[in-house]
Design a binder for this molecule. Structure first.
Ligand SMILES: [Fe+2]
Ligand SMILES: [Fe+2]
Length: 225
């Protein structure tokens, strides 16, 4: 695959990846309105996930403008996936978050393959390509030094968070609280607890949350990403 093929693959992938967060967020928003119950922080995360995927799309769109055939395929793909995922989310949100967790794992795998191809010299154009300006702004990269590889690493880090959090959503009870202002993102893969300033790896926090949920210790552990 050359650079052009990778852009096609990434653009198509991101148009699909942006759907689940919006559908799940909408369902939980409507359920909160309908049941007059708090959502405990899921809606905010899910809508942010959808927005994050849409930003990925436009980083790559800065480098390739898909033709009419691709646009038709994307439109048809969205119609099918949106319908299927919408129905599936009504039936089993747990199944849907597990499915998205594996979908995101596939996205991590895809970007890893792309970075490997870049490092192996199979994408010579991108070895000298600066990161797209929208990506530089979004991730706060150095506009002078940021290269395509830096953008791919940042996008892959996002996908890894989507993977972990969707598996987490599938593991925990549906109304387990995930929002708290005690924890903030401080750097990719890490969050900080303002009380004791202890840096805790993301996966460890997620594992703790899952273990607590399994034991039904619903102690409102914060896991906002
Ligand atoms: Fe993405
Ligand atoms: Fe993703």
């Amino acid at each position: 695959m050359n650079e052009r093929d990778w852009l096609f693959r990434c653009i198509v992938l991101e148009t699909v990846a942006g759907v689940p967060g919006m559908v799940a967020g909408m369902h939980r928003h409507l359920k909160s309105l309908r049941t007059l119950e708090h959502d405990h922080g899921w809606i905010h995360h899910l809508l942010q996930e959808a927005e994050n995927e849409r930003m990925h799309l436009f980083f790559f769109m800065q480098m390739r403008n898909p033709g009419i055939t691709t646009r038709v395929v994307i439109g048809l793909g969205q119609a099918v996936f949106l319908t299927g995922f919408n129905i599936a989310y009504v039936i089993s949100p747990k199944f849907c978050h597990r499915f998205v967790g594996y979908l995101e794992e596939e996205a991590v795998h895809t970007y890893t393959k792309c970075i490997e191809a870049l490092d192996a010299g199979r994408l010579p154009l991108w070895q000298h390509t600066k990161a797209p300006s929208e990506g530089v702004d979004y991730y706060g990269l150095d506009p002078e030094k940021a290269m395509m590889r830096d953008l791919l690493l940042s996008v892959r880090a996002d996908e890894a968070v989507h993977r972990s959090i969707n598996h987490h959503f599938s593991d925990i009870p549906q109304f387990y609280e995930v929002a708290s202002d005690k924890i903030q993102v401080v750097e990719p893969g890490y969050r900080i607890d303002q009380d004791d300033s202890e840096r805790v790896p993301l996966n460890m926090l997620l594992d703790d949350g899952m273990a607590a949920a399994e034991k039904h210790e619903v102690e409102k552990k914060p896991v906002t990403v």
